[in-house]
Write a protein that binds this ligand. Sequence first.
Ligand code: AMP
Length: 303
Amino acid sequence: MSILVVGSVAFDSIETPFGQVDEVLGGSATYFSTSASFFTDVNLVAVVGEDFPDEHREMLAGRGVDLSGLQTSPGQTFRWKGRYGFDLNEAHTLDTQLNVFESFSPEIPESYKNAEYVFLANIDPELQLEVLQQVEKPKLIACDTMNFWIEGKREALVKTLAHVDVLVINEGEARQLADQPNLRKAAQTILALGPKSLVIKRGEYGVIMFSEHSIFSAPAYPLEEVFDPTGAGDTFAGGFIGYLASTRNLSEANIRQAIVFGSVMASFNVESFSLDRLKTLEYKEIEDRFREMKLLSDFEPIN
Ligand code: AMP
């Protein structure tokens, strides 16, 4: 079952304590699509400028990502500049240039409109809402956002959340959105806005999911070296929604497995800059690491 994703396709310039890169391929939809493509077909809706090279299109198409919804507009591709200190859990945005996104209006190709799984990757919440107005009746709508939009477009974001089944955001953003430091209380506030489940990404501490009747916590895979956390969240979401779409099963047990697949995908992505690790990844490595994740937090029940 294919997924429709709308989000950013970007050039990122990143500094981490271990190195620096300029204008490499990035963007929320790029990481999501590449990660989800290990599980299912992906239909990408985004915009790039005339400066976007064929090489990047070929990489995505080579992974089976359908690019008929990728518009090319006059002007420059979206650019994001970020820095991480030794606390790799927190990105410091140095510069955001919306460029072609300033006048972007997502047009969902006819053949994508009956999508059953929709992921609204990090992008202006007004655009996320425009996408929802064009799709027919998805089985699952998941959404990501970030501090940039929580601060700048809260009203539009709240409107979008009313239609969303699963919100996937990071810890700081959950606190900021709910205006509440305690995560469990923040989750109650956020679930009251519409989502049935809230998946909170906690960087090297893993993921915690809150739903009306359950809480599930999964660790992050303990890597010896984390090189660049950029895209970890979107790569997580790609594995998470990709697995759900490929199995077409929204039971609690399957959602928990999907969370672990998402965590596995994110753990590979942070091993190198940009999408470099995902480009060489094999499906067998994903399954092997999934099995290691099971052992990591397996323990016997008490009688
Ligand atoms: P994350 O998974 O949270 O690390 O997402 C990183 C990606 O988000 C980078 O590749 C950026 O290009 C992209 N990004 C950063 N800021 C924004 C924004 N305001 N809107 C959309 N995408 C963004």
